[in-house]
Design a protein around this ligand. Structure first.
Ligand code: ZN
Ligand code: ZN
Length: 137
């Protein structure tokens, strides 16, 4: 191998190394960036998940509250299924006739909203109000 040939080889090797190093560095930088992005995305996904969880808990609490309110409201609508006597809160059966206590109330046939007075139509959706009875009072 002539001197020039080996010089050329040396130079091309040198530039080859430089190129490889640069490529390595670019790859590392890209990997770093990707890791950063992935971490960032993971953080954001986690945050969104926690947000959703919080919102779900809020919704659940509101739902529980609504259920409690509805149950309490229903207490006022307990009647004897036999004689129609208004039941006291702790009565499961009528003290007068032994009939089963049921819920009897008036509610919207469309949205289910309980009627407050003797309205004929729902104040929320205009649906017809009908008397409803429910067992398990
Ligand atoms: Zn009764
Ligand atoms: Zn309605």
């Amino acid at each position: 191998m002539s001197f020039f040939d080996s010089l050329k080889k040396g130079i091309s090797q040198f530039f080859g190394n430089v190129k490889e190093e640069a490529a390595d560095r670019a790859k590392e930088a890209a990997e770093d960036k990707a890791r950063e992005l992935a971490d960032d995305t993971a953080d954001r996904i986690k945050e969104a998940g926690e947000d959703r969880k919080r919102r779900k808990e809020d919704e659940k609490a509101a739902e529980e509250e609504a259920k409690k309110t509805a149950a309490k409201a229903k207490e006022a609508f307990r009647f004897c299924s036999e004689c129609g006597r208004k039941a006291d809160p702790d009565e499961k059966f009528c003290p007068e006739c032994g009939g089963k206590i049921i819920f009897r109330y008036r509610a919207c046939t469309k949205c289910g909203k309980m009627a407050e007075d003797d309205e004929k139509f729902c104040t929320d959706c205009g649906g017809q109000i009908a008397e409803k009875t429910e067992e398990g009072a």
